[in-house]
Write a protein that binds this ligand. Structure first.
Ligand code: NAG
Ligand code: NAG
Ligand code: NAG
Ligand code: NAG
Ligand code: ZN
Length: 686
């Protein structure tokens, strides 16, 4: 043990070195040396040192597997006031380093057009002098396009010309800003081929408690002071009004985590019908006409009536000044950028990643592909193996409750399910960004033009058939399942190997990390919400009451298990929606069975299925890497909010429940039947 501890420091430095994506480390001597046998031994030792450094071997794996696997993680990677920590955070940091390195490369004639564009954009962001000089005047001029922000204009803002509905429509029309009303152009859940307009609840609203309110108020107050130069008193009062209005809005909002069935919140209707319901104050006919610049007579989805009724009341009773401050504050964040000469490259790389996530992903994908051409192939093969395993599970006679028809439907859905690495396929950048003008000397202007273009694209989307394979809606940091497209997407950052897996590591690590992660997403296609959709992403709830009854029974088993758990002294809420737990439960089973098959087929390679200084068997390594891919730390103060608002239970609980439900885990660690992770009863979906 002491030997490992002593060497941990240096080996960790080595890991850091391996994971540096900078050209020198990758193409230089370090990388070449690591391809020799000795180099591979060093890499295996480094991995082992890293895994051991996270572990707390005093914990009993059969009672507290998260503690055993991740008990020391926070000692080296503790959460800070700025951010929580996890392996995915590390991967994202690696991704951002690569973005920065790519954007720093000089423009070349061989760059593809979007690459040139994004490099110009980046250049404009590095111009700190210009950033400083133009910030305030630029924001104020944008605000004045909408009559100005009362908090800034003071008494000269009379509100005579201010029309809340009109301003709301104009903000959306010119810069794509959602304010009081949610306006979404998405595939019709009954027919994923066509796009529909969804009008109603904004889906970023979460309930806020007093402490969250306080934090938010302070954040907005600072923004008002720093960006707009408001005096402290006025900034504080304005921030309070803005946050209170938002709290008022969320009061009647439906909790997405609980009611995810789209039929429960959406009603297909006509704008004229909505206008009749909500009257002049929330005249949807007028709103949409102002937004689009023409009448719109096709059916729309009215989304969450209680929210719309609440909004109508708010519009009628809130002073115009407060409404205007609230709405216009949506414009500020895009122009808020830290200016700091010593970190400007990192700041700008991060900002460009947010501004053009699809383009940046494509850049990163190409560079990773060039460096390790086989990775995309490996990932696709892994995906196919996982699919084959789930096909066996679904076809098995053990699933007696699943009658022929629903079973055939599920198998067809599985067969049609596709897999993509974000950034792997060039999107239609020309169509999306073709009209964009970028200047290397005008960052704020670039931002403004980009927003305007996105706003125009949103309007155009409404007139187009749906492109459900265009899944970008911001930076892609975690894998996800796209319901409408029946597709799993893995973030480009997962192509950076050695964080999780590598050819020279045991295969157990690959199946335990990526195998589990992809298995989890695959299983989402069959969770309590997505099972309602067919293989084309259309809602088609065809299960018989009997079949549903058994499914819900199994689901309740999971829900009860979770509701029994505590995190940081807090009881986890009992949730109706169990998508994440279902995906975990099925995902780990798929990954384990796939690994077991691999082991059987590669029995000769068994001695590479261990790591130096680690006594763990291949099966134990598999479960250890599942748990370690979830090592994380959340700052104590943030835990209550996390418990309340996250769709995922805390990673501690997820690991506990997954292992407790895996018989093969108990076998792998030879857990006695008095231990917590070898319980007499287990829950299993499918
Ligand atoms: C509006 O929709 C409701 C519910 O579908 C319906 O009862 C009502 O008749 C509709 N009104 C008009 C004017 O179409
Ligand atoms: C709603 O707006 C439309 C278009 O501006 C207008 O024709 C109609 O009279 C308005 N209805 C109400 C109830 O205000
Ligand atoms: C839990 O683990 C996953 C997988 O690594 C990670 O993405 C996530 O950030 C972790 N959760 C928290 C709250 O850190
Ligand atoms: C486990 O439980 C079974 C029956 O519940 C019992 O017969 C057996 O002795 C137990 N084994 C151990 C190792 O405690
Ligand atoms: Zn999930």
């Amino acid at each position: 043990m002491d030997y490992v501890r002593a060497s941990t420091c240096c080996l960790l430095i080595l890991i850091a070195l391996i994971q540096q994506p900078s050209g020198a480390a990758v193409h230089g001597s370090v990388f070449k040396d690591l391809t020799t046998h000795q180099g591979q031994q060093i890499m295996r030792s480094a991995k082992s040192a890293q895994m051991l450094s996270f572990m707390d071997t005093d914990a009993n794996p059969c009672d507290d597997f998260y503690g055993y696997a991740c008990g020391n993680f926070a000692r080296f990677n503790g959460a800070t006031a700025e951010k929580d920590t996890s392996i995915s955070q590390d991967m994202f940091a690696g991704y951002l380093r690569r973005v920065r390195q790519l954007l720093n490369q000089p423009r070349m004639s061989t760059d593809w057009p979007m690459e040139t564009l994004v490099k110009y954009f980046y250049e404009s962001c590095l111009d700190t002098t210009s950033l400083r000089i133009h910030q305030r005047s630029r924001i104020i001029s944008v605000l004045r396009e909408f009559g100005g922000m009362p908090a800034v204009e003071g008494d000269s803002w009379t509100g005579i010309d201010f029309d809340p509905l009109e301003t709301m429509a104009q903000l959306l029309s010119r810069y794509g800003k959602l304010t009081l009303l949610g306006v979404y152009v998405s595939p019709d859940y009954k027919n994923s081929q066509i796009n529909r307009l969804y009008l109603g609840q904004r889906n970023d609203l979460v309930p806020i408690d007093e402490s969250a309110k306080l934090a938010k108020k302070l954040e907005i107050q600072m923004r008002l002071q720093n960006l707009l130069g408001l005096q402290e008193g006025r900034a504080r009062k304005t921030a309070e009004e803005i946050v209170e209005l938002e709290a008022e809005l969320s009061r009647n909002a439906q909790d997405w985590n609980q009611d995810r069935d789209p039929r429960l919140r959406n009603r297909l209707t006509l704008l004229s019908n909505m206008t009749e319901t909500y009257g002049r104050v929330l005249n949807m006919t007028r709103f949409v006409k102002t937004w689009l610049g023409h009448e719109y007579n096709l059916p729309v989805y009215e989304s969450v009536r209680s929210y719309l009724s609440q909004l109508k009341k708010i519009l009628a009773s809130t002073p115009k000044r407060i409404l205007a401050n609230y709405m216009l504050s949506s414009l500020l964040r895009d122009y808020e950028i830290q200016v700091d000469e010593s970190h400007q490259e990192a700041i700008c790389a991060e900002r460009l990643t947010v501004l053009m996530p699809d383009v940046v992903d494509h850049l990163v994908y190409n560079s990773l592909e060039q460096q390790s051409p086989h990775i995309a192939n490996d990932l696709n093969n892994l995906w196919r193996e996982l699919k084959a395993t789930f096909q066996e599970i679904l076809s098995s006679d053990d699933l007696k409750w699943l009658k022929q028809q629903p079973r055939d439907d599920l198998l067809e859905k599985l067969k049609d399910m596709s897999f993509e690495i974000a950034g792997g396929k060039p999107m239609d950048f020309e169509e999306q960004y073709g009209a964009l003008v970028i200047s290397s000397a005008d960052f704020y202007g670039n931002v403004q033009r980009l927003l305007a273009l996105q706003a125009a694209n949103l309007k155009a989307d409404l007139m187009r058939s749906s492109r459900s394979d265009n899944y970008y809606d911001g930076v892609i940091e975690s894998p996800f399942y796209v319901t409408e497209a029946n597709m799993v997407v893995l973030p480009a950052m997962y192509m950076q190997h050695r964080y999780l897996w590598d050819d020279v590591y045991p295969a157990a690590l690959k199946y335990g990390t990526l195998g589990y992660i992809l298995g989890h997403e695959l299983a989402h296609g069959f969770d309590d919400l997505n099972r309602l959709y067919d293989s084309h992403g259309n809602l088609h709830d065809s299960w018989s009451p009997d079949t549903k009854l058994i499914y819900d029974h199994d689901k309740n088993c999971l829900a009860d298990q979770l509701a029994d758990m505590r995190y940081s002294g807090l009881k986890l809420p009992k949730m109706e929606a169990q998508g994440e737990n279902i995906a975990d439960n099925v995902g780990i089973r798929i990954a384990h069975a796939t690994y077991a098959k691999w082991l059987e087929q590669h029995s000769k390679l068994k001695d590479t299925e261990t790591l130096p200084n680690m006594p763990q068997t291949p099966q134990q390594l598999f479960y250890l890497s599942v748990a370690q891919s979830m090592c994380s730390d959340i700052l104590e103060e943030r835990r209550p909010v996390f418990v309340r608002n996250s769709v995922h239970p805390p990673n501690e609980s997820r690991v506990f429940v997954m292992m407790a439900n895996s018989k093969s885990f108990a076998e792998a660690f030879q857990c006695g039947n008095e231990t917590k992770l070898n319980p007499p009863r287990r829950c299993a979906m499918y």
